[in-house]
Write a protein that binds this ligand. Sequence first.
Ligand SMILES: C[S@@+](CC[C@H](N)C(=O)[O-])C[C@H]1O[C@@H](n2cnc3c(N)ncnc32)[C@H](O)[C@@H]1O
Length: 392
Amino acid sequence: MIPLSLPEPGPEARAHSERLRARIVAEIEAAGGYIPFSRYMELALYAPGLGYYSAGATKFGEEGDFVTAPELGPLFGQCVATAVAGLLQQLDRPDWVELGGGSGALAEVLLRTWDGMGCLPARYRILEPSADLRQRQQARLRQGLPQHVLGRVEWIDRPPEAAWSGVLFANEVLDALPATRFRIGPEGPEEEGVELDAEGRFRWASRPADALLVRAVAHLSAGLERPLAPGYRSEVLVQLPWWMQAVAGTLQRGLALFVDYGYPRREYYLPERRDGTLICHYRHRAHADPFHLPGLTDLSTFVDFTAVAEAGQAAGFELAGYCSQASFLLGCGLDRLLAEPAEDPRARLRRNEEARRLVLPGEMGERFQVIGLQRGVQAEALFAFGDRSGRL
Ligand SMILES: C[S@@+](CC[C@H](N)C(=O)[O-])C[C@H]1O[C@@H](n2cnc3c(N)ncnc32)[C@H](O)[C@@H]1O
């Protein structure tokens, strides 16, 4: 459903969206009239030059469509930097690999903080599939970092292939992976996709699920207290085990940290969440119509953190911990950072407001979760303040 209050895009933005629409329509027609939703989401977000993340619109911050924790200010990054500094120091020539660097805000704060602490990682590598965002990250870091720090930053096109040690970090990346939509039909799971109506508009359609999706739905259902009822619709990242293997498989010693909105599986597939978790953001309004203004709208789904833990374990990691963002940041010393003297009263107010948004339950504090997967290190202490691994 589209809220009545959604702002109208300007003529240039609308024309951009129409170009992406035409690209998707051509693909639907070439495929015989239907594409899976996961493919629609991939095109809407990542079609070269046209998708939401591939093209040039402002996405993050007050001017964009949504605000992420690193975009609120430096506190999130300062907490993460201090929390993992000890771990980085235990490792020989550690790397930091950030997936999906957004505007570069997190990289800038992390590197500045470690520089101040004298514990910079050997390399800070950013894997960013969007050429536009990569350029913005480069511009920001060139401007904001001294040369001896900038020299450690590199952009990579694919996950590291050689063995490495360090930390893999992803904030709000899992929610942006193209999700498979399914519904429970009379004969079993069906895959939801997109077709064109008589006027050429996108509309939902479904097809019998393939063997991979049938297996994925059977697996997730096995962990639930009650079977999913006919008509139930939701999402699953069928590619997650392979994706995890691809991005983290060569991390020999270290920690993978994923921060995102989501739930343990039993809460994700609750009977009352019968329309799934797909959420669309356009200029700070959330709505549920993924076909409205493709290319100008962010599409995302909540994360099944039980699936993340399973994928990590299948890739050779053990669970270090799982907790809310509020617990994680408080356990990482957010309160100590807040107690430090501020430049002036206005700066103190700004910092308090930032902390409020990061940790309050009605803001990001309880909606966002942090999961840690470790190999050859002990990072449980990062989650000691409020670990909820037992709920996965
Ligand atoms: C919601 S944004 C979050 C950006 C940033 N981490 C932040 O918190 O501000 C999602 C980011 O993930 C990136 N992304 C999407 N798929 C990815 C993948 N497979 N590997 C790495 N990054 C990915 C997008 O290009 C984008 O930078």
